[in-house]
Design a protein around this ligand. Structure first.
Ligand SMILES: NC(=O)c1ccc[n+]([C@@H]2O[C@H](COP(=O)([O-])OP(=O)(O)OC[C@H]3O[C@@H](n4cnc5c(N)ncnc54)[C@H](O)[C@@H]3O)[C@@H](O)[C@H]2O)c1
Length: 383
């Protein structure tokens, strides 16, 4: 019998995505069961990947934790930093994982580190045996409020950031802000740039919190009460944006504020310019554009610049380059399916999307920013 001409089969399915994020105090305290709260504990094994800096600070406690719970743990380390987000790192995790067979369903891989480590390990977990579960423990502010919150994984490839990767939800995200204590100040400021992004584009109350308490919270690595409030509010806001659009079917995303011109800057400056630092430069140019278009009044724009100054985020305005940023915008047009879809602030905490930014507008905005800096003796309090 031959096949029926014209026969057609159709498959339609949805994959349910469910994970939780949990504030935990002292995640490596042997009395805490948070790290083992998912999966098999009796005769259990765990494959654990730890950022090398985090291992230097907490390695002994991490080993003691698993020993205390009688878990057979294979603990490997990976270097942090953008240079570690490579195909080689991804392969190394896979080789080690293949050498330490874990149960496919109930022994989740545990990723403990910054955005680089959780992106690499998330991608490896998604690839191994077509997907094994993983748990994330972010240890940088960037990871805490951004990289570990959503479902994107990835590695850099062919000189492009995040060119390989996928959407793979973790099973659980454990948030222990105590881990931020050992984070160098530059990396605290780096993560703060993403919090400023959320405040400007979607949350005026968070903006007010940052104005009142942001500098003090940064100074004590978010260990104070207000620091906790800022973190909770940032994560809640981030999730409200991400959750309805986990697979980015909607390409106009408020969380892309600061992520249009920054792409080119990050690609050019590599490890010398951190993700959040590039995002901050983009935020400033976008704010200047919004001010020129009358989307922001002088007072609102002034508050944004004043906050950046109060937090001592110290943007490297000298890196701004109109041609580079224009090319970056063109690249984002490809990424956003043919339209610019650039989020701009329209009043503090509000957002509009525009599709008509011209190269000249970027140039003039950079010029305005530089002029403000010079005329106010390296301060950018007003626009
Ligand atoms: N998946 C996503 O949705 C998403 C979102 C935002 C950013 N990212 C990615 O995140 C990456 C940046 O992440 P990052 O800023 O966390 O960088 P990172 O992971 O490189 O960490 C920064 C530095 O801090 C060190 N470190 C980490 N935790 C520490 C701690 N507790 N104490 C002391 N040192 C510590 C690391 O070794 C590294 O040197 C970028 O690659 C970016 O693309 C991903």
């Amino acid at each position: 019998m031959s096949a029926t001409p014209g026969a057609r089969w159709q498959v339609s399915a949805t994959r349910r995505i469910e994970y939780d994020l949990l504030n935990v105090a002292d995640v490596f305290d042997p009395r805490s069961d948070a790290l083992l709260s998912m999966g098999r504990v009796q005769d259990g094994r765990r494959f654990v990947v730890v950022d090398a800096c985090v291992h230097a600070h907490h390695g002994e406690r991490i080993r003691a934790y698993f020993a205390q719970h009688r878990i057979d743990a294979r603990i490997i380390t990976l270097p942090g930093g953008e240079g570690g987000k490579t195909l080689d790192a991804w392969l190394e995790v896979l080789r080690e994982l293949d050498d330490f067979p874990i149960h496919r369903r109930d022994e989740p891989v545990i990723a403990i580190g910054g955005g680089v480590l959780t992106d690499v390990v998330g991608y490896a977990a998604a690839s191994y045996r077509r997907g094994v579960p993983h748990i994330k423990v972010p240890t940088t502010l960037m990871g805490y409020v951004d990289a570990a919150v959503g479902i994107k994984t990835g590695i850099n490839f062919n000189d492009h950031k995040n060119r390989l990767g996928n959407f793979e939800p973790p099973r659980r995200v454990l948030l222990d802000r105590g881990l931020l204590r050992s984070l160098p100040p530059r990396h605290l400021r780096n993560g703060m740039c993403e919090i400023v992004k959320l405040a400007v584009i979607r949350d005026a109350a968070l903006f007010g919190l940052l104005e009142r308490h942001g500098a003090a919270s940064l100074a004590n690595a978010f260990q104070d009460e207000h620091g906790g409030e800022i973190l909770d509010r940032a994560i809640g806001g981030m999730l409200e944006e991400l959750a309805p659009n986990l697979h980015e079917e909607e390409l106009a995303r408020k969380v892309d504020f600061g992520h249009t011109f920054s792409y080119g800057l990050e690609t050019r400056y590599g490890d010398d310019l951190l993700h959040g630092e590039a995002v901050l430069l983009d935020i400033l140019v976008s704010t200047a554009i919004a001010r020129r278009r009358g989307l922001l009044d002088a007072a609102a724009a002034g508050r944004i610049f004043a906050l950046v100054e109060r937090l001592q985020l110290a943007p490297e305005l000298a890196l701004l380059d109109a041609e580079l940023m224009w090319q970056s915008l063109l690249d984002r047009v490809e990424h956003r399916n043919g339209l610019q879809r650039v989020p701009l602030p329209a009043g503090l905490g509000e957002c509009v999307f525009v599709n008509d930014i011209a190269r000249a507008e970027i140039e003039v905005s950079i010029h305005t920013l530089n002029q403000r800096t010079t005329s106010s003796h390296d301060r950018i309090a007003e626009c």
